[in-house]
Design a protein around this ligand. Sequence first.
Ligand code: SF4
Length: 303
Amino acid sequence: MPRILDPELRRALAARIRYYNEMGIYDFYRRPLSDRAGEIAAATIVDEAEIAVLANAGSTTQPELGEEMGPRKAASLAMPVPEENIFEVIALKPEQSVSDPVKALKIVREDLGDCTRCVLHKQGRKQIVFGVGNPKAELMFVGEGPGADEDAQGEPFVGRAGQLLNNMIKAMGIEREQVYIANIVKCRPPGNRTPEREECATCSPFLMRQIAVIKPKVVLALGAVAAKTLLAMSASMMQLRGRFYDFRPAGVRSNDPDWDGCKLAVTYHPAFLLRDPRQKGEAWKDLQMVMKELGMKAPKATT
Ligand code: SF4
C-alpha cells in the first residue's frame, strides 16, 4: 500500500523526474528494497501510478521541441509548470531585520553598490536602474531591462514603452506612483539587445530581494524574459499568459511571516505592444485578470 509522500520529498522526486524527462527518459521501474539502501528513491514510498503522475506533473515545456516528439512525450509537455528549486539556499539578507520597506530597499540598493557582477557593467551603461515606485505596492511590474531613456534618467519605463505602461496603469484606475516598477537586469544591454540568461541570473537575486521587501499581492511580468526568469521555466507567451502562478522570490524570504509569496501573471511587454498594437486587447485581458484578483474596478470612460 502506498504511503503518504512528504511534500518536500515529493518536490525532490518531481524535480528528479523532470531532470530525467529533459534527458528523454520517461520510463521508471521499481527495484527491490534491498537494492536501494541509502538512496532517496521514489519507489520506496510511492507506487508506479504516483510516479507516472509525478512524471507528467514534473515536465517543463520546451515548445520548440514539441514537433519532434512523439505523442507520449508531447502530452507531458502540454502544460507549463514552474520549476521548484528545492535546492535553493536561503541566506539571511541584511534587509530582513528591517521592517521599514523604504530603509530595507535602501539596504538592497547599497548592497548592489556600483555593481560589476555581470558584463553589462562594462558595456556602456550610464547608471544602474534600480526600480521606482511605492515600496508597499500591492502590484509590481517587472520588465526586461533598461533602454536608452531609462539608462539616461535612471528610472525604469520612462521612454515610449514607459508611456504606454503608464497608460496601461491608468486604464486600471490607478497611478504609476501606486505601483512598483523594476526590471530583471538593472543595466542597459548594449543596442537594447535581450539580456543573456547569465546576466538575468546574476542580476535577478536583487530583484527577488526587492520583491520580498515590497511584498506585493501580484507581480505582473512584462514579456517573456521577465516571465521566464521569474518563473524559472521555458514556455511561449501563449502558454504563459492567461493564468496566475504562485510565486515566491527565489533565494530570499520576507521578514513578514504572514507573506508567503504572491500571485504572478504574465502579459506582453509594452515595447512589443508598440510594435504590434493588435495585441493590446490581449494585454487588456491580462490587466483585467489582475484587477479582478486585486479587487479593482476600471474607471468609467469619460466622454
Ligand atoms: S545588470 Fe545587474 S548584475 Fe549586471 S552589472 Fe548591472 S546591476 Fe550588476
